[in-house]
Design a protein around this ligand. Structure first.
Ligand code: FES
Length: 56
Protein backbone atom coordinates (compact mmCIF):
# COMPACT_ATOMS: atom_id res chain seq x y z
CA UNK A 1 0.00 0.00 0.00
CA UNK A 2 1.24 3.48 -0.82
CA UNK A 3 1.65 5.65 2.24
CA UNK A 4 3.25 8.67 0.57
CA UNK A 5 2.10 9.36 -2.97
CA UNK A 6 4.39 12.33 -3.48
CA UNK A 7 7.47 10.13 -3.08
CA UNK A 8 5.95 6.72 -3.87
CA UNK A 9 6.73 5.30 -0.43
CA UNK A 10 4.95 2.12 0.60
CA UNK A 11 4.32 0.55 4.00
CA UNK A 12 6.89 -2.07 2.97
CA UNK A 13 9.50 0.64 2.42
CA UNK A 14 8.83 1.92 5.93
CA UNK A 15 9.04 -1.58 7.38
CA UNK A 16 12.32 -2.13 5.56
CA UNK A 17 13.71 1.19 6.83
CA UNK A 18 12.80 0.18 10.40
CA UNK A 19 14.54 -3.17 9.92
CA UNK A 20 17.58 -1.16 8.83
CA UNK A 21 17.52 0.88 12.02
CA UNK A 22 15.10 3.77 11.48
CA UNK A 23 13.08 4.49 14.61
CA UNK A 24 11.78 8.03 14.24
CA UNK A 25 9.88 10.06 11.65
CA UNK A 26 13.04 12.07 11.17
CA UNK A 27 14.89 8.95 10.08
CA UNK A 28 12.10 8.10 7.65
CA UNK A 29 12.15 11.63 6.29
CA UNK A 30 15.90 11.55 5.77
CA UNK A 31 15.89 8.09 4.27
CA UNK A 32 12.68 7.94 2.23
CA UNK A 33 11.64 11.61 1.98
CA UNK A 34 8.27 10.56 3.36
CA UNK A 35 6.12 13.55 4.43
CA UNK A 36 8.51 16.11 2.96
CA UNK A 37 6.21 17.45 0.27
CA UNK A 38 2.47 17.91 0.87
CA UNK A 39 2.61 16.33 4.33
CA UNK A 40 -0.73 14.53 4.02
CA UNK A 41 0.91 11.18 4.64
CA UNK A 42 2.53 12.15 7.95
CA UNK A 43 -0.13 10.63 10.19
CA UNK A 44 -0.34 7.41 8.20
CA UNK A 45 3.45 7.16 8.00
CA UNK A 46 3.68 7.55 11.77
CA UNK A 47 1.14 4.77 12.20
CA UNK A 48 3.18 2.50 9.93
CA UNK A 49 6.35 3.43 11.79
CA UNK A 50 4.81 2.60 15.18
CA UNK A 51 3.44 -0.67 13.88
CA UNK A 52 6.78 -1.65 12.35
CA UNK A 53 8.57 -0.76 15.61
CA UNK A 54 6.10 -2.85 17.62
CA UNK A 55 6.71 -5.82 15.33
CA UNK A 56 10.49 -5.48 15.34
FE1 FES B 1 3.70 12.22 1.39
FE2 FES B 1 2.66 14.17 -0.03
S1 FES B 1 1.88 12.20 0.27
S2 FES B 1 4.44 14.23 1.19
Amino acid sequence: MYVCLCHAVTDRDIKQAVENGACTMRHLRDELKVATQCGRCAQCAKGCLNQALAER
